[in-house]
Design a protein around this ligand. Structure first.
Ligand code: UD1
Length: 416
């Protein structure tokens, strides 16, 4: 099993490009199930989660292939309508095939994703939403079995802001009869990217990016071409990598407003940050203060950058309080950061980080989930000596060649 070995103490310097967004690519790739024919994508990141999506699409009867930098999905008539546990368990986002299959073919059988490291992550809101559109749903033998002759538009008020739920319902409503209104919809930029692709296919969706999304169902969609948006979480991680080492790093191909919540917290902490249309640069800095964050849906501080920000706070001067409101069990990285010498007291959803400018010390640590593994790599960049991060497969689910990108900035990091 691969490990990442980081030797700390190098200041990172230079420019680095952001890749395509995993969280935009996954729903968009599943949305291809809505239209037979060939869909063509640019800027799809080469990640484990994309391989898992590809595997599932193939199991459903589609052909997928890389063609140089393009990713092609050929959706054939009469696909299989069953997403098996073997594939779904690898990636929770597989539930996103439910909406497209159900609305297009009137039926879908999708394995329930099960638990995951960062909490129970139920799918009840996806299912309630499908029922509101007229689906009959039974849960049997670990599978969601959904059926509907034709979905019918309705108004759906989400009790909790859910990114995946909003995406699944948007896809289902695209081919439903009549108008669907999603209220308290998630506003994440990846939802806007999905809506853009659905509209390119012929859907009639307005309001994506606001809390009310209106979808006027159409009879048929056709394949289209699309470039996946940039990955704001990768961009934020790379910016923190520059900051934590006291280096000067420019992250290119990212619209600064996508990571405004991070930029403003880093500025409060004392970093000088320059932005242009599509880049963000952090200036060298040797000391910064502790600044509190609370994770929340977009445009507030993303839960997917909480672990990385905590590593930055662990070497700040002063204390900070990190509050996680999105997932109930997302402090698994804390114990590992403590192994590196961080001073952190975790409670259920709040962690108090007593930053110290004394260096962290390298140690063997274990990645527990995708973003946690990134935070350990970041901490390793400033820890004295060698940090070995094991279970790096978590990192490969969501970061494309992170070690190469960090090496190009001067980090001493290699995969073993
Ligand atoms: C997506 C992102 C993930 C990110 C998260 C929050 C993808 C592939 N993943 O995950 O990286 O961390 O958004 O920004 O885009 N909930 C329910 N019932 C449901 C659905 C969700 O209670 O049916 C709860 C969840 O347990 C969680 C909250 O809603 O507490 C938000 O989850 P959600 O936005 O759905 O996250 P995902 O779409 O799974």
């Amino acid at each position: 099993m691969d490990k990442m070995v980081v030797v700390g103490g190098q200041k990172l310097n230079g420019q680095v490009n952001t890749g395509g967004a995993k969280n935009a690519a996954l729903p968009i790739l599943f949305s291809t199930l809505l239209a037979e024919g060939e869909h063509v994508f640019r800027n799809v990141p080469r990640l484990k989660d994309i391989d898992s999506t590809s595997e599932l699409l193939q199991a459903l009867g589609c052909e997928t292939r890389w063609d140089g930098d393009l990713f092609r999905v050929l959706v054939k008539p009469a696909p299989s309508l069953e997403a098996h546990y073997d594939i779904v368990r690898k990636m929770r986002a597989s539930i996103l095939c439910l909406g497209p299959l159900l609305t297009k073919y009137g039926e879908a059988v999708v394995s329930m994703p099960g638990g995951c490291a960062i909490g129970t992550r139920p799918i009840d809101l996806h299912l309630e939403g499908m029922k509101a559109l007229g689906a009959e749903i039974v849960l049997e033998e670990g599978y969601v079995k959904a059926h509907a002759k034709k979905l019918k538009g309705n108004t759906i008020l989400f009790e909790v802001c859910t990114v995946g739920g909003t995406e699944n319902l948007m896809m289902a409503a695209a081919l439903a009869d009549g108008i669907t209104v999603l209220e308290n919809a998630a506003k994440e930029p990846e939802i806007v990217d999905l809506a853009e692709y659905l509209n390119k296919m012929g859907a009639k969706i307005s309001g994506a990016g606001t809390s009310v999304i209106t979808i006027e169902g159409v009879n048929k969609l056709k394949p289209a071409e699309h470039a996946i948006m940039a990955d704001r979480i990768e961009a934020g991680t790379l910016l923190i990598a520059g900051a934590i080492t006291g280096g000067e790093v420019t992250v290119n191909r990212i619209k600064p407003q996508l990571i405004e919540s991070l930029i403003s917290k880093m500025k409060e902490a004392g970093f000088k940050i320059a932005v242009s249309n599509d880049s963000v640069m952090v200036h060298p800095n040797t000391s910064w203060t502790g600044i509190d964050i609370t994770t929340a849906p977009f445009p507030l501080f993303p839960t997917d950058l909480q672990a990385q920000y905590m590593a930055l706070m662990a070497v700040s001067q002063g204390a900070s309080v990190i509050t996680e409101t999105v997932f109930e069990n997302r402090f698994m990285h804390v114990q590992e950061l403590i192994r590196l010498g961080a001073d952190i007291t975790p409670k259920t959803r709040v962690a108090v980080v007593r930053g110290h400018s004394g260096r962290l010390k390298g140690a063997p640590v274990m990645a527990t989930d995708l973003r946690a593994s990134a935070s350990l790599v970041l901490a390793g960049l400033v820890a004295d000596g060698e940090t070995t991060v094991s279970r790096i497969y978590h990192l490969d689910r969501g970061y494309e060649r992170l070690e190469e990108k960090l090496s190009s900035l001067g980090a001493r990091i290699k995969r073993m």
